[in-house]
Design a protein around this ligand. Structure first.
Ligand SMILES: [Zn+2]
Length: 103
């Protein structure tokens, strides 16, 4: 293979990796948007009620979200923003740091 052809192959490979990362980021953004909408809905339902109840509910939602992400990671999927939702064959430092921060 000529040098130019090889250079094109490398660019194509990088583009494929970049495309995968973009897809993961998009999935992560969708996940965050849905979670955000869900939290806003919960808050608007409760905003006119007892503030202590709102705080308690907010803490509950955060715990549930953290548990969902921990379960996802335990089921061998990435939860880090780099590879969110992709299958995971080995432990991932980014995921583990993210879960420690969240939990
Ligand atoms: Zn990860």
């Amino acid at each position: 293979m000529g040098r130019l052809a090889q250079a094109f192959t490398e660019v194509e490979e990088h583009a494929a990796v970049f495309g995968q990362e973009l897809k993961s980021l998009r999935e992560y953004a969708i996940f965050l948007e849905e979670e955000n909408l869900c939290l806003k809905r919960e808050l608007s339902v409760l905003s006119e009620t007892d503030p202590d109840l709102v705080r308690a509910n907010s803490a509950l939602i955060q715990r549930q979200a953290a548990e969902t992400l921990e379960k996802m990671y335990a089921d061998s999927f990435h939860v880090c923003h780099l590879c969110f939702g992709r299958p995971r064959a080995e432990p991932c430092l980014f995921c583990e740091a993210f879960l420690r921060r969240d939990g």
